[in-house]
Design a protein. Structure first.
Lengths: 478, 1045
């Protein structure tokens, strides 16, 4: 007597199933139902990480951001100031400092010339210090920006400003914006991967958070060791065969429920579980550097099974090779309030070779062309010396927001370029100032976005990475 | 230029209802058109913010032809069918079919714009105020044809709306679905099988209502909805920013849970959180910490102000504390705006708000309400501790009273007071030019005192540079002062508010010989002009800690401290230093005053030793008086109170007299002894207290805290209801304005956010923004009716819940057909019940609950469930994560310690908010990383074991099918159908085989620790337990288990 009812139920089951198999069975990669229906709400039922086209043809398709947290000393690495030598030990003229507050020192602290030697390198003649012999080999492939300028001079606000365009917490990070705009090419790895090789981060996870964007766009920290993603390994006693059998049962029961209740969200859930399963194999495979050639390992200074900055650089290459959109390395080790000379030397010893190797490796694999590599910290360091008995500090440098150096490579950045100049003290920018917002606008441009149009509505306002600022730095482009 | 056939171009037919310009059309214009065709810019000569402008049009002629949308250029350009003009909007997303629909029908209805012409809300000249800014009224109930299912007006509005569209509500959900939905919604926990059976067996008409009553009365209700409130309150257990040190503010979290369980009326709930301290002490805060913490109800009122204290706090070395105090103010304005008003006030921080009529000035006026506070940490004694304290205080008073009753002592006191009241020396506070105590930072106050802030750990030296012109300085004074921000009111910065000064030095340099710090040197350079002191004396010194130690030339020799018993720990103290000979250079002198502390062994704070025992609030003065210098027995505050004859001051001064008058020393010792057993409160919490002197609030030009604009007075946005003149212009007045029935937003915003919990989306889909750019709700009458009912029913949240969950609308089945997906893809029309993945906390709680592991304990300190190695290392300030033992390991997820810089991953991955700012809408993602949590995270694995154990142990359930059914029902509340049962049976068979063949795997699956296995349920084997554990794991991972259907 319930024939009609049964028939209707059967039909709806059929329709749901058909919908599911047609649109979801292939990993939802091609599903564009969300945008067809206006994008809202349905985002949850389609794959929010499906690859998307930016506003115009991009030069860079992916990003590796080598974040040097703590703020490296530009004056000891890039911004050569022979004029500082004659000012060594004298106070900075007050017309230069203009009442700037500092975190630790007083404005009358004396100037301190770098103790490193600088030399010109490559065809482009870029002038960098002796502490980076490896980077010297690839200066023709990178663009050095000596005129970066930021608003913040404390670490946590400085880091989140550099990463989110705001000193206030709660905004999406650059990596989140980029994956929000471009989706991911990888079916079995997160779209935005975070690697850490030194101390914990002053800005914490807000540095790679998603702010008000959906959680799926936040950076996923990869961990050291055999379990690179949290909760990746099967629990004790669960063999791969039992895991597969369990997932088959989950899938079967979820599909059955999908047929009953028709909620497309279940289809997404089924896909999430399948992707999780794939990730259980792809992530350890990715993290296993032992398959890399001896030459490659040697070039980076990487050692399989050991956690290091060099390993992370190599991992970054492996990640982008596998379609990961945004890889961000954090190396919080540059806060040299004391012994800046020793500190810079040590950290360059740890990072210089790997940085250069990454450029060379990407280049020889044809990846540099459309991979944007960014190197830099949250601000720079003062031309003035920092010293303090109680804090046990001497011959250090304090935080300096007015002028510092970053470099970029690949992905449409003009190779061999040195952009920007600072005054005789290295204190203020005198030419081609690149504010953090400008840097963001330019990075988005390289990825194919008009930075004013990559927006997300929240609290009645269209937010963007560049807030209401940002000018494209044309001189940086090929 | 004829339009090509619109219908042929796939444009949907227009809407069939009366279009309301301000509700339907203006938001579209405002979001997409005005930026190029508005007040500021008129591209192609077109200005769209008035009807006249649209009729006049731009370079291409009129934009609209009233009554003929097909001929209107506006429609042609937004649909891309105009032959010459490119598709609009050019710089924004294309309009959706629904928006185009609205525009067309508006034009076809004659393009009416109410009253005045100008439509731009930003200009404040809007013809009709935005709907959300008019107080809600109950609309007339519409007629519903199918009235049989109508329970309350919610249904009447919704069903009428559906009927108008030719739609029908879905049938009522199955009873097993309903009890699970209700239990998850009201308590955050799934029903037990027994509860389900009881409900299924109750065939009375009142069965459902009885269930609702039971769940609303459950203490679990306060936890579930407490967590809802804590999102907006941005509750966390750490300070945020770089150091991200742990804080104790869980008493606020517990206050919320208790308030909701008691169904404290929402208006009162609001007032207490915004102004509880003012209610607790209408005449201003009591001075003595001991007195403040006794009265329980007053203490609870102070705990409630934790809402505002949940702001993050930056303690990074080298910061400007004021900058980050301002950040907290910005956060508080934002939190109050989001939580109660659904308004984007925060955007007016830098400039006048573009879309909502809140001006920059109004933003700072709003801030002015919140900018008047100090930030104490208050003690929360347990009832035991409070009783002991009351006993001691009673004895102290009795002793004092009996002493005062002694005529001899009373006379001596009067004499002492008369002498003390005479002027005591002429001291000029020194105006510090620079000061330095890195990484901590002091801030200069209006009275030239210095107050510590920033990174208060790890420092032990304060240096102050002062330029002075006097040439006959004879001495210096160091005052240790109280401040509410300091522990126990100070004067010390750390621990209990004690301080110790080991060394006090002054160096004098002629102004014309000042040299900078040079590389390789230390700061400051060694000096030759150190001042020698004849004597150092203090108004009071603790035994063994004499003031003279401060001038003995070494920091390691001990120093001056004043704390003795708790009764006298927090008094203001002062010491003076008499120079050997007058000092001061004729051309001016730079003085360098150095205050050092060096407590033996350091101070134990938060698991680490720190060396900061400095005075948190101090002031330096100098004198040029000749003769032997004396130290004032009274503090400046006491002198002021003495003159004003303030209440309580006599008793306070009597205590000073007892200790400073040698003839009553024996009595003083008696008094002192009474305090020996004073119990220290284990628990503290963060609260607010109004400042004694008001703080000026200025507009920050372009949002920059260092660029002050005009000063502003506290005030509320003019576009909303008026601020009643009878209310005080402080936080209490602000709270009263917020919960005033004339306020158009509060009730709507709360109702909407409650609705959002039930249906996944609010009636207004942007709960943080009710401004002109928000999408109009599909059922505005439901929102308004509920808002009015909410207020009329005494702001009872439980009554509001009851109205919603008893409605037929809520009770609909959530099954969806492809047809429904097409007509109502997001369920905005409420054609069905909600089906949504549960929140992060419920994901954990469900697993713990079905396995029987869940601890029922409510409240208390936050707990530490297992955390994978290495997670904490991502934080700059990692803390030891000692996994909680016993029951605390299996508490409800809301009690998990929340560290802002590394939020607990198993919850963060399920979209739990970071608590960096107020959150009124969680995102709901569905990702592979979530699957890994439920598949592999240790707590879930433990839960699968115990679910298996429960099922195998259950008496009277002997067959596999019965056990499978029981396990399935435990997770989903319903019985598996034949297909499901067969899948599970097959799975069980495979798992049994697998584990029989691999006993070592089986042992690791069955037992938490295979070396000490639990006794097996009777008649079962280890293989059984392993297979059932793996099967339970499958059930815990079903979509249905983590979904509210």
């Amino acid at each position: 007597m319930n024939l009609l009812h049964d028939f209707a139920a059967e039909r709806s089951r059929y329709l749901s199933r058909r919908w599911f198999f047609r649109d979801c069975a292939l990993g939802l990669g091609s599903l564009a139902l969300g945008s067809l229906l206006g994008g809202k709400g349905f985002a949850a039922t389609t794959n929010p990480l499906a690859p998307k086209q930016p506003h115009f043809a991009p030069k860079a398709k992916r990003v590796i951001y080598l974040f040097q947290a703590g703020a490296p000393s530009q004056l000891d690495m890039f911004d050569y100031k022979p004029s500082l030598e004659k000012w060594n030990g004298k106070p900075v003229p007050s017309e230069v400092t203009k009442g700037q507050d500092y975190a630790f020192i007083k404005p009358d602290a004396a100037l301190y010339a770098s103790e490193f030697k600088f030399a010109k390198h490559g065809k482009c003649g870029a002038e960098i210090s002796e502490v980076m012999p490896h980077l010297a080999e690839v200066v023709d492939d990178i663009a050095i920006i000596k005129s970066v300028n930021t608003d913040a001079f404390n670490h946590a606000p400085g880091q989140i400003f550099m990463n989110t365009g705001s000193q206030q917490f709660g905004r999406p990070s650059m990596g989140a914006w980029v994956t929000y705009g471009l989706g991911s090419e990888s079916q079995d790895l997160p779209a935005y991967v975070v690697l850490n090789s030194a101390g914990g981060l002053s800005g914490g996870s807000a540095n790679f958070g998603c702010g008000f964007l959906p959680t799926v766009y936040q950076g996923v920290p990869f961990r050291k060791g055999a379990d690179p993603v949290l909760y990746l390994s099967n629990p004790a006693g669960i063999s791969d065969r039992v895991q597969r059998r369990t997932l088959d049962a989950i899938k079967e029961l979820n599909e059955h429920r999908l047929g009953e209740v028709g909620d497309p969200e279940i289809a997404t859930r089924i896909n999430s579980f399948e992707m999780a399963y794939r990730m259980q194999f792809s992530a350890p495979e990715l993290a296993d550097l032992s398959k890399e050639s001896k030459e490659t390992l040697e070039m980076y200074g990487a050692e399989p099974g050991k956690a290091s900055y060099a390993n992370n650089c190599l991992l970054a290459r492996r990640l982008v090779e596998r379609g990961v959109r945004f890889v961000q390395l954090f190396h919080e080790a540059w806060d040299h309030h004391s012994d800046v000379k020793g500190g810079v030397k040590t950290q360059c010893g740890i990072t210089d070779k790997a940085n250069a190797a990454l450029i060379k490796d990407l280049k020889q694999r044809g990846l540099l062309e459309d991979t944007l590599v960014i190197w830099g910290g949250e601000f720079g360091r003062t031309p003035m010396v920092e010293a303090s008995v109680e804090l046990g500090r001497s011959l250090g440098r304090d935080h300096h927001p007015q002028a510092f150096t970053m470099w970029m490579a690949g992905g449409g950045v003009k190779p061999g370029l040195t952009l920007g100049e600072t005054d005789d003290f290295g204190f203020n920018v005198t030419k081609d100032r690149v504010h953090v917002h400008d840097l963001h606008a330019t990075i988005l441009h390289l990825l194919g976005f008009d930075h004013t149009k990559l927006t997300h509505r929240f609290q009645g306002r269209d937010f963007r990475l560049t807030d209401v600022h940002g000018e494209l730095v044309e001189k940086l482009l090929v | 230029m004829q339009p090509c056939g619109l219908e042929a171009a796939g444009i949907p037919a227009p809407a069939q209802r009366k279009i309301d310009f301000s509700r339907d059309i203006e938001p579209i214009f405002s979001a997409t058109c005005y930026s190029c065709h508005g007040e500021k810019k008129q591209e192609s000569g077109l200005r769209m913010d008035s009807r006249a402008g649209l009729l006049k049009g731009g370079d291409n002629g009129p934009s609209i032809v009233p009554d003929d949308s097909a001929k209107s250029i506006l429609i042609q350009v937004v649909t891309g069918t105009h032959p010459d003009i490119m598709t609009m909007p050019k710089k924004k997303d294309r309009l959706t079919a629904q928006q185009i629909d609205l525009l067309r029908f508006w034009i076809d209805q004659g393009a009416p714009v109410p009253e005045q012409e100008t439509a731009s809300a930003a200009s404040g000249k809007s013809g009709k105020p935005h709907w959300a800014f008019i107080a809600p009224k109950e609309a007339a109930l519409p007629k519903v044809t199918n009235s049989r299912r109508v329970v309350n007006p919610i249904d009447q509005f919704v069903f009428a709306g559906l009927e108008a569209k030719g739609l029908k509500p879905s049938p009522e959900a199955e009873k097993s679905t309903l009890i699970r939905r209700l239990s998850l919604d009201l308590t955050g926990l799934p029903p037990t099988v027994e509860e389900v059976d009881a409900f299924l067996a109750d065939h009375s008409r009142k069965a459902y209502d009885t269930l609702v009553d039971r769940l609303l009365a459950s203490p679990r209700y306060g936890e579930k909805w407490g967590r809802w409130w804590l999102d907006a309150a941005r509750y966390a257990d750490s300070n945020g920013f770089e150091k991200d040190r742990s804080r104790t503010i869980w008493p606020y979290r517990d206050w919320v849970i208790n308030a909701l369980n008691a169904d404290k009326p929402f208006d009162q709930f609001t007032i207490e959180q915004l102004a509880g301290d003012i209610l607790a002490a209408p005449n201003g805060p009591a001075n003595s910490v001991a007195d403040q913490s006794l009265d329980r109800s007053r203490r609870d009122l102070r705990i409630a102000t934790g809402f505002l204290r949940n702001s993050m706090m930056n303690m990074e070395g080298g910061i400007e504390p004021e900058k980050f105090r301002v950040e907290s103010m910005i956060d508080r304005v934002d939190a109050v705006g989001r939580t109660w008003l659904g308004l984007t006030v925060a955007c007016a921080q830098c400039h006048n708000h573009k879309y909502d009529p809140v001006s920059q000035k109004e933003y700072y006026q709003f801030m002015a309400f919140l900018n008047q506070d100090d930030e104490p940490r208050i003690e929360v004694p347990t009832p035991d501790e409070a009783a002991k304290r009351a006993g001691i205080l009673g004895k102290v008073r009795a002793v004092e009273d009996s002493l005062l009753a002694d005529p001899g002592i009373a006379t001596a006191f009067t004499d002492w007071l008369t002498a003390a009241a005479k002027p005591q020396g002429d001291w000029s506070p020194m105006d510090a030019k620079e000061w330095h105590s890195t990484p901590m930072k002091y801030e200069k106050q209006e009275d030239l005192s210095l107050l510590a802030g920033g990174d208060i750990h790890n420092t032990g030296v304060l240096r102050v540079w002062v330029d002075v012109s006097q040439t006959n300085i004879t001495g210096f004074r160091l005052e240790a002062l109280n401040h509410p921000n300091l522990p126990g009111n100070g004067p010390g910065i750390m621990g209990d508010g004690d301080f110790m000064v080991n060394e006090f030095t002054v160096d004098a340099t002629p102004l014309d010989e000042i040299k900078p710090v040079v590389p390789g040197s230390t700061n400051p350079p060694a000096t030759t002009n150190r001042i020698s002191f004849r004597q150092a004396i203090a108004d009071w010194e603790a035994p063994e800690f004499p003031a003279g130690r401060m001038t003995d030339g070494t920091v390691t020799s001990g120093g001056w401290a004043s704390a003795t018993s708790e009764g006298r720990r927090h008094e203001e103290r002062r010491a003076i230093f008499e120079a050997e000979k007058p000092l001061g250079f004729p051309g001016g002198t730079r003085l360098l005053v150095t205050v050092s502390c060096n407590p033996p062994g350091g101070l134990d704070v938060g698991g680490g030793k720190v060396s900061n025992y400095l005075i948190g609030h101090l002031r330096l003065s100098l004198t040029t008086e000749t003769g032997t210098l004396k130290v004032d027995p009274l503090s400046e505050r006491q002198r002021r109170l003495l003159v004003a004859d303030a209440p309580g001051i006599r008793r306070e001064l009597f205590r000073e007299f007892l200790f400073k008058e040698p003839s009553v020393a024996a009595k003083a010792a008696e008094w002192e002894a009474l305090w020996r057993d004073w119990p220290k409160a284990e628990t503290t919490t963060l609260a607010l207290v109004s400042r004694s002197t008001p703080r000026e609030t200025h507009i920050f030009k372009r949002g920059d805290w260092q660029r002050l604009g005009d000063e502003v007075e506290p005030g509320t946005p003019a576009v909303l209801s008026a601020f009643d003149q009878s209310w005080p212009r402080n936080r209490l007045g602000l709270a009263k304005w917020i919960v005033d029935e004339r306020n158009p937003l509060t009730a709507r915003v709360i109702v909407n956010r409650v609705w959002q919990q039930y249906f996944g989306e609010g009636l207004v889909t942007t709960p943080e923004d009710f401004g002109v750019r928000s999408e109009a709700p599909p059922y505005p009458q439901v929102l308004d009716w509920l808002a009015v009912e909410f207020m009329h029913r005494g702001w009872s949240l439980k009554e509001l819940h009851r109205l919603i969950v008893t409605s037929a609308t809520y009770r609909q089945s959530s099954h969806v057909t492809p047809e429904l997906l097409e007509t109502d893809p997001y369920n905005r029309l409420l054609t069905r019940g909600p089906r949504i993945r549960v929140n992060a906390e419920a994901i954990q709680d469900i697993a713990l609950s079905v396995s029987g592991l869940l601890s029922p304990k409510i409240g208390g300190p936050s707990v530490f469930p297992p955390l994978p190695d290495g997670v904490m290392q991502l934080s700059y300030g990692p803390i030891p994560w000692n996994v909680s033992e016993g029951d605390d390991r299996y508490r409800r997820a809301m009690y998990t310690f929340w560290k802002r810089s590394v939020p607990y991953p198993a919850m963060a991955l399920f979209d739990a908010p970071t608590a960096e700012q107020s959150c009124v809408r969680r995102t709901r993602s569905n990702t592979p990383l979530q699957a890994l949590v439920t598949l592999n995270e240790p707590t879930f694995i433990q839960a699968s074991r115990w679910l298996a154990y429960r099922v195998l142990q259950e008496s009277g359930v002997a067959t596999d099918d019965a056990r499978l059914t029981l396990a399935f029902r435990t997770c989903t509340a319903r019985k598996p159908d034949a297909a499901e049962l067969s899948s599970l049976r097959k799975l069980l068979g495979d798992l049994l085989k697998e584990f029989a063949a691999n006993p070592s795997d089986a042992a690791r699956v069955a037992y938490t620790d295979p070396k000490s296995p639990v006794p097996l349920p009777a008649g079962t084997t280890m293989t059984d337990l392993a297979a059932w554990s793996a099967l339970s794991r499958t059930l815990l991972n079903l979509d249905e288990t983590i979904t509210k259907e």
